[in-house]
Design a protein around this ligand. Structure first.
Ligand code: ADP
Length: 261
C-alpha cells in the first residue's frame, strides 16, 4: 500500500486526514502480517504430525509384513499423532472463533457453583484432584457459560500438565471484579518467556511440550476469549516455584441495567 507523503502537506485538515490514513494503513499492514504469520505457523504445526504419520505408514507398507515388531510401534505413533492433529484442528477453530468479532451471548453466572461444577467434570475426565476454595459471598458475573468453561479447562489442563504438586482454585474478589485464581506449584515459567506465553504457538520448551501434547495455543485462546467477555487474564509465575493465573470478570450488580457489561 502507498502512504501519503506528509512532507508536502501543510498542517491543515488534509494533513490530519493524511496522518490518520497512514496510521490506519500501518495497522492494516500489521494485521495482515500477523494473519500471514498465523497461517504459516498453523500449517507448519500441522505438517509435523502429518510427516510422522506418513513416515510410519510408508514403513508399514514396505516392511510391515516381515517386521511384526514394528507394527505396534507404527500403529501407536500414527494413533498418537492423529489425536494430536485432531486437538490442534479443534483449537485452530477456537482461535478463529475467539478472534472474530462475534460476541458470545452473556449470561448471569454464580461463580462458586460454576467453578465447582467445572472442576468436578474436569477432574472426572483427567483423573486429577484440585483444592477448591469458593468465596463466602456468591459472586455473580456476566459471561458466556460455555466460553468460561473452555477457558477454565485450558487453565486447569495447563496446571495439571506442568505441575505434579497440588493445584488450588480460588474464587475471590478484587474491587469491581470477581476473580478465579488457578495456582499450581510446578515448574513455573522463566521470566524471559512470561510475556510471550499468550502468543499463538509460543511454547517455553518445544521438546518437552511435544511430550505433554501442547501446541502453544491454549493461553492465547483463553486470553482472547476472556477479553471478548470484557474480562481479563493475569499470569504470575516463578521458575521452579509455580504459576498463578487470575481471571477477572466485572461483578454483576443486582438490579438495574448498568450491571450488564
Ligand atoms: P500449551 O498447549 O503448549 O500448553 P499454552 O498456550 O497453554 O500452550 O501455554 C504456552 C506455554 O506456556 C506452554 O507451552 C508452557 O511452556 C507454558 N505454560 C503454560 N501454563 C503453564 C503452567 N501452569 N506452568 C508452567 N508452564 C506453563
Amino acid at each position: 500500500y502507498k502512504k501519503i507523503p506528509l512532507a508536502y502537506r501543510s498542517k491543515d485538515e488534509l494533513y490530519t486526514m493524511a496522518v490518520t490514513y497512514n496510521h490506519l494503513m500501518d495497522r492494516l499492514q500489521e494485521n495482515y502480517e500477523k494473519q500471514q504469520q498465523f497461517v504459516s505457523d498453523a500449517s507448519h504445526e500441522l505438517k509435523t504430525p502429518l510427516t510422522i504419520i506418513q513416515s510410519y505408514a510408508q514403513l508399514l507398507k514396505r516392511r510391515g509384513l516381515e517386521r511384526p515388531d514394528l507394527f505396534q510401534e507404527a500403529v501407536d505413533a500414527i494413533d498418537a499423532e492423529a489425536v494430536h492433529m485432531k486437538e490442534m484442528t479443534q483449537q485452530l477453530l477456537k482461535v478463529a472463533i475467539s478472534t472474530s468479532d462475534f460476541q458470545l451471548p452473556a449470561e448471569k453466572i454464580e461463580l462458586n457453583a460454576f467453578c465447582g461444577q467445572s472442576i468436578s467434570s474436569f477432574s472426572a475426565i483427567h483423573n486429577r484432584d484440585f483444592q477448591f476454595y469458593p468465596m463466602k459471598e456468591r459472586p455473580m458475573v456476566w459471561a458466556n457459560r460455555e466460553g468460561l468453561k473452555q477457558i477454565l479447562f485450558i487453565l486447569l489442563d495447563n496446571a495439571q500438565k506442568y505441575s505434579k504438586e497440588h493445584i488450588e482454585v480460588t474464587v475471590g474478589s478484587e474491587g469491581p471484579s470477581a476473580t478465579i485464581t488457578i495456582r499450581d506449584h510446578g515448574e513455573g515459567i522463566p521470566e524471559k518467556d512470561l510475556s510471550h506465553v499468550t502468543e499463538r504457538f509460543y511454547r517455553v520448551d518445544k521438546a518437552r511440550n511435544r511430550e505433554t501434547g501442547g501446541n502453544g495455543l491454549g493461553l492465547s485462546i483463553a486470553q482472547q476469549m476472556i477479553q471478548n467477555m470484557n474480562g481479563n487474564m493475569r499470569i504470575h509465575s516463578k521458575e521452579g516455584e509455580g504459576t498463578t493465573v487470575t481471571l477477572l470478570l466485572k461483578k454483576a450488580v443486582e438490579g438495574g441495567i448498568e450491571e450488564r457489561v
